[in-house]
Design a protein around this ligand. Structure first.
Ligand code: F3S
Length: 76
């Protein structure tokens, strides 16, 4: 089980995360990535289910600035 959020100050809007995991990431109004899964609103408090962990890992690995942070517990 994992939780995830995007450190937006490091996001360069490359879009790889949304391509790898479109159910988890989308762009916000400023064109930066954010976690949208189940309305998380990039708070990192929504559990990402096991069937999405492979694409989450792909997104993390694909991010050129390593600004996608995951944890085993909620961020807030
Ligand atoms: Fe930003 Fe990294 Fe996604 S740079 S758009 S969080 S792959």
């Amino acid at each position: 089980s994992k939780y995830v959020l995007v450190k937006k100050d490091s996001c360069i809007a490359c879009g790889s995360c949304g391509s790898s995991a479109p159910e988890i990431f989308d762009f916000d109004d400023d064109g930066l990535a954010e976690v949208i899964y189940e309305g998380d609103n990039n708070k990192g408090v929504t559990l990402i289910p096991s069937d999405l962990l492979e694409e989450l890992g792909d997104a993390v690995d694909s991010c050129p600035t390593s600004c996608i942070k995951t944890a085993k517990a909620p961020f807030a």
